[in-house]
Design a protein around this ligand. Structure first.
Ligand SMILES: Nc1ncnc2c1ncn2[C@@H]1O[C@H](COP(=O)(O)OP(=O)(O)O[C@H]2O[C@H](CO)[C@@H](O)[C@H](O)[C@H]2O)[C@@H](O)[C@H]1O
Length: 211
């Protein structure tokens, strides 16, 4: 996953997954413009394994995270950025892009594809539907909860097609420390969705388990 070479960043005129758009509008009579990108809605799943008392998360190389760091550091440092700088820790997640399938069904399929756990739809609990990338996209994110057990694991996961995903189990106590300890300006490679999911678990689920 971490053998990353020949990285080049160029302008994208016409994207398949991401489309830059300009919004022209009037607000209180004043003409305004806003630059936005159109991209897909997404589903996220907080997965907790009750046998191991661990969160089931995924790690993957995120080109945008890596490229952004390359751009930020270009002027100060010409040394190659280690690939690990682009590897993020995430909730199991995916784009909502399958015609005719519900968001919950997308969640079920992502859980199986990415982590290898087979969870029935009835056990996938809604947490929240909320806006993502507010300033530039305004997408609809939906977050679910799924409790799993070791017996639900049907395969190693890892994603489909060209996806290179590592499944990682992080014990509750370690994850709690990771999201709650302040780190000021030093960046951690996970996003607010993961933090929200873990905080939600600490608020709404933790008392159900002997943790
Ligand atoms: N921007 C992109 N450029 C090139 N190929 C892409 C792409 N986005 C997705 N793909 C392709 O589509 C495949 C399936 O994507 P997923 O539905 O698993 O979403 P992913 O989690 O990768 O990121 C997507 O979904 C997450 C939620 O999981 C969002 O936060 C994130 O913005 C979004 O890219 C990826 O493996 C990749 O091949």
């Amino acid at each position: 996953m971490e053998n990353i070479e020949n990285v080049q960043i160029t302008k994208l005129e016409k994207g398949h997954y991401v489309k830059p758009l300009l919004v022209d509008f009037k607000q209180d009579g004043n003409a305004r413009k806003w630059e936005m990108v159109k991209f897909g809605n997404a589903v996220f799943v907080v997965i907790f394994n009750k046998d191991t008392k661990s969160f089931v998360l995924v790690k993957q190389f995120r080109p945008a995270v890596y490229a952004r760091k390359m751009l930020e550091r270009a002027s100060e440092n010409s040394e190659k950025l280690p690939a690990s700088e682009g590897v993020t820790l995430e909730l199991c997640a995916g784009l909502i892009d399958k015609q005719g399938k519900s968001v919950a069904q997308h969640a079920k399929e992502e859980i199986l594809e990415e982590t290898g756990y087979d969870v029935c739809l009835e056990k996938i609990e809604p947490i929240k539907c909320f806006v993502g990338a507010i300033g530039i996209a305004g997408i609809e994110n939906t977050m679910y909860y799924a409790e799993v057990s070791n017996a639900d694991r049907k395969n190693a996961g890892g994603g489909v097609d060209s996806e290179m995903i590592d499944v990682v189990d992080i014990p509750f106590a370690d994850m709690k420390r990771m999201v709650t300890e302040p780190n000021d300006t030093e960046m951690v490679n996970f996003d607010a969705n993961l933090m929200m999911g873990i905080y939600w678990f600490m608020h709404s689920k933790v008392s159900q388990y002997d943790l």
